[in-house]
Design a protein around this ligand. Structure first.
Ligand code: G3P
Length: 478
């Protein structure tokens, strides 16, 4: 339909034959900000066909040339950072400064991917047969890395640009083609980002972007026989995707209940600063946000006294004004968060700041004396709500951390490095940060969730290595 953003297929911007569109609601105003095409299953089929037929030639494009194109896309992203960031402000209510940071970080990610890609993918290896018992030296195995084929990339609403390029960059660098399904909120930023790839000169069909309703094309995309790899970041949907996906490599990140363990010997000023930043940046809507503080009873009062004034200082308002706390992504999300807070209230949690709500805007809420009986001790609010559980021993904190099935990251504050390493070893999460809040970046670090938090490791190098398969050619010498 005219007036709606077009989708991107085979190097062209097109309207869907459905004649329908999907409304993108601004979380701050709760009004429709944009419309995008509601693509059909037939259009998904066409996109996969085009992707498949473009892949072979793309994989034969020299690696240095692929790197050059990625770098061009990075330059264009930087040049157009402002309009892309302003889409993020409108679609996902991300504060304007953080929105700019996301776009610039994405350009840096692409540059790094290009540089890392030429080295990681540019090297194969040779194996001699005589290292295995019973063999002579008559066989040489040449091992190289070849593309998987078509990568389906599904990023989440909270980083629609950065978590798109973290999938697209390594996939394209490795000679794959990409079908991108942007999140509903954040889709317009994703389309603008795709235009940067287009203008950079990527061949037609190498990157395609489909938009539409999950109910119409969601399962159809993820179970499509042309998909050779799925890279997904998001919520529980990932679990059902992984159950239905066929024999394709999966890279999934499904969130986390990231705990922050504060030991009795911690630098409490440092811990308080990181807890507030980690808990409340982008209003807690990060998989790596601090989602539960587990503090030793001996220092709990002092820690709380350092956290409260910092939370009270957080500015609450609109993303355009660069406030610290901005409206959460949707009414559904605000209702869910409110439900968790009410549950904690009924079960006796102590409110250190008042819970207030206006539309999708929730005031930062700090809850003390949270107990394991409360949902907030286990569930991920994905909002500006931070629960504090007081523990008698560090072992109790570790036990709580390991009982939770969503295990992405965690952090520990102590001034004893030996103890920190022992605690890190005992915490069954993908990453443990010592004396800092959880964070995915720098973007080349490995990033993996344990248990229900994911499958496979991300980070630039790991993604490059994951998005290829091993090809061996054995020379049998006479
Ligand atoms: O929310 C997903 C996760 O990737 C967050 O990234 O960089 O804010 O730690 P970051």
């Amino acid at each position: 339909p005219s007036g709606a953003y077009k989708y991107f297929i085979n190097g062209d911007w097109k309207e869907s034959a459905s004649g329908k569109s999907v409304a993108i609601v601004n979380p701050s105003t709760r009004q429709t900000a944009y419309n995008v095409q509601a693509c059909t299953q037939a259009e998904v089929n066409e996109m996969f066909e085009i992707s498949r037929s473009s892949q072979k030639q793309w994989a034969q494009t020299p690696l240095w040339k692929r790197a050059e194109l990625l770098k061009k896309a990075a330059t264009l992203l930087r040049e157009h950072a402002l309009p892309i960031a302003s889409c993020l402000v409108t679609e996902i209510a991300k504060p304007s400064r953080d929105s700019m940071t996301e776009v610039i970080r994405s350009a840096d990610l692409l540059d790094y991917t290009a540089e890392e890609g030429v080295r990681v993918l540019g090297q194969g290896k040779i194996l001699n047969s005589d290292s295995f018992p019973g063999n002579g030296r008559n066989k040489l195995c040449l091992v190289s890395k070849v593309a998987l084929g078509v990568v389906l990339a599904i990023p989440p609403f909270n980083y629609p640009v950065n978590l798109a390029v973290s999938k697209i960059g390594p996939a394209l660098m490795a000679g794959n083609v990409v079908v991108l399904k942007p999140p509903t909120q954040g889709v317009v930023a994703g389309l603008h980002m795709a235009q940067c790839f287009h203008k950079a000169g990527f061949p037609k069909g190498v990157l395609n972007v489909i938009t539409g309703k999950g109910s119409e094309i969601g399962d159809f995309l993820t179970t499509h026989p042309s998909v050779n790899c799925i890279s997904f970041t998001g919520g529980d949907t990932g679990i059902s995707i992984s159950k239905k996906a066929g024999m394709v490599p999966l890279q999934m990140e499904l969130g986390g209940k990231d705990v922050c363990i504060v030991c009795e010997d911690a630098n409490l000023d440092l811990a308080a600063k990181h807890i507030v930043k980690g808990g409340f940046s982008y209003s807690g809507q990060r998989c790596t946000a601090v989602k539960l503080v587990l503090v030793h009873d001996k220092v709990a009062d002092e820690l709380v006294s350092k956290i409260v004034p910092q939370v009270q200082k957080l500015s609450v308002g609109m993303p355009e004004n660069d406030c610290d706390i901005t409206p959460v992504i949707s009414e559904t999300s605000a209702n869910f968060i409110q439900g968790l807070v009410l549950d904690a209230k009924e079960k006796g949690a102590k409110f250190l700041t008042e819970f207030k709500r206006e539309g999708n805007l929730l005031w930062p809420t700090l809850l003390d004396h949270v107990t394991p009986a409360m949902r907030l001790a286990w569930e991920e609010p994905f909002g500006p709500v931070l629960p504090i559980v007081r523990v008698q021993t560090v072992e109790q904190a570790i036990e709580h951390c390991n009982k939770n099935n969503i295990a992405l990251q965690g952090c520990v504050f102590t001034q004893d490095i030996n103890r920190a390493i022992m605690i890190s070893d005992a915490m069954e999460t993908g990453t443990v940060q010592i004396n800092a809040a959880p964070a995915r970046g720098p973007d080349h670090f490995p990033f993996q969730g344990f248990r229900d938090s994911g499958i496979g490791s991300q980070g630039i190098t790991n993604s490059l290595e994951m998005m290829v398969k091993t090809k061996s050619t054995v020379i049998n010498l006479e």
